[in-house]
Design a binder for this molecule. Structure first.
Ligand code: DP6
Length: 362
């Protein structure tokens, strides 16, 4: 089992120069969803996602030798240039939990400045991009201080492992194009502990795929992801769901490999609705879709029938809709979205996104 606990990663403070490291990391959209977890951020079923591009987080981490002698995490945190105490607390807890993996964190005064490309509170979940960007910064620091992560594949694997501990879905944002997280017999090397790259296993059509995010509501989520995962523990459909996700994954992987858009779209839509069905059948139960969400989903299906264009939807755990389509129909689909779907959106807000090349160090 991968175990990154390493008591040797201790700095000789007298030699440490202050420095900084910056990463830009994208969000991702799960096609087979992760919903239900156990133990230390371990998924109940494997999931696969497309890595996005224009929805990203930039995180700059500045460090210097600590002035006080203790080893508690010392952190200043700015979100869009403003100090943010709730975020700071969450990140202090996260960094404290990582001190076995990166003991040098207790030796530094750290300042993090972070910001998203998408408008603050646009309703787009940002934990995947934010936690992956931070995990990448931590791995870059380790490599800079100790030279221990010069192998790119090892670097990515550790970044994915560390990102998972911050937010499960974040472990998939490390890789370009597509990633799979969770042990799955069909994919050698797959693991519950980190995601693996899938770029070379998908057809070209998915490397140039669009995911336009329609904002039906920018209000904060009704239920936080962690609480949502928790509700699966007493959901009567949970075990059936986990088995079904595995079965679907097999069909989805074949479809993504062959470029079979029809099967891909059927599974993507069904997964989105299943996620919401699980929320609706939980105790307590949540309805996260809004009337406008349903109108958009209906309209997408009608449009697909009328036009024959391969346009599909997906959803996260909220009311906003992801519209999925390949590059070659963009000139027909964009006007359809603008004329027929944006009237259902809050102030006609949408974010044009597409499958991207993964995180970059800035
Ligand atoms: C619906 O990764 O946000 O987006 O691990 O508790 O941080 P935590 O949950 P999170 O859950 C994401 C759920 C999802 C589906 C998915 O991305 O697979």
């Amino acid at each position: 089992m991968t175990n990154y606990v390493n008591p040797n990663l201790i700095l000789e403070s007298s030699r440490l120069e202050p420095g900084e490291v910056t990463w830009r990391s994208p969000s991702n959209l799960a096609i087979v969803k992760y919903w239900g977890k156990h133990g230390q951020q371990l998924p109940k079923n494997p999931s696969i996602s497309l890595t996005l591009s224009s929805a990203f987080t930039d995180t700059k981490l500045a460090y210097k030798p600590k002035e006080s002698g203790d080893t508690a995490i010392s952190l200043k945190f700015f979100f869009h240039e403003e100090e943010n105490e709730p975020f700071r607390k969450r990140i202090v807890n996260y960094l404290e939990s990582l001190k076995d993996i990166f003991p040098f964190l207790g030796q530094l005064d750290i300042t993090i400045r972070s910001g998203n490309s998408f408008p603050h509170s646009s309703g787009i979940a940002s934990s995947a991009s934010a936690m992956s960007a931070l995990a990448l910064c931590l791995c870059s620091m380790e490599d800079r201080f100790f030279g221990t992560l010069d192998d790119d594949a090892e670097f990515d694997k550790k970044a994915s492992f560390v990102a998972r501990l911050g937010s499960g879905s974040a472990c998939r944002s490390i890789y370009p194009a597509a990633a799979l997280w969770g042990e799955y017999a069909g994919v050698p090397g797959s693991s519950d502990l980190f995601a693996v790259p899938m770029k070379d296993n998908i057809h070209d059509v998915f490397r140039h795929f669009h995911d336009d995010i329609l904002i039906v509501s920018s209000k904060p989520k009704k239920v936080a992801s962690s609480a949502g995962h928790g509700l699966m523990e007493n959901n009567p459909f949970a075990e059936v769901r986990y088995a079904d996700a595995r079965r679907r994954l097999q069909f989805l992987l074949e479809a993504m490999n062959k470029g079979d858009l029809d099967t891909f779209g059927r599974i993507a839509e069904n997964e989105a609705l299943t996620l919401h069905g699980l929320m609706m059948s939980g105790n307590p139960s949540y309805i996260l879709m809004q009337p406008a969400t349903i109108s958009i989903l209906d309209r997408i299906r009608e449009y697909r029938k009328e036009s024959g264009n391969p346009v599909y939807f997906s959803l996260d755990a909220g009311p906003n809709v992801h519209v999925l389509y390949p590059e070659d129909v963009i000139h027909e689909v964009r006007p359809f979205i603008e004329e027929e779907l944006l009237p259902f959106c809050e102030e006609r807000t949408w974010l044009q996104d597409w499958v991207g090349e993964g995180p970059v160090e800035l």
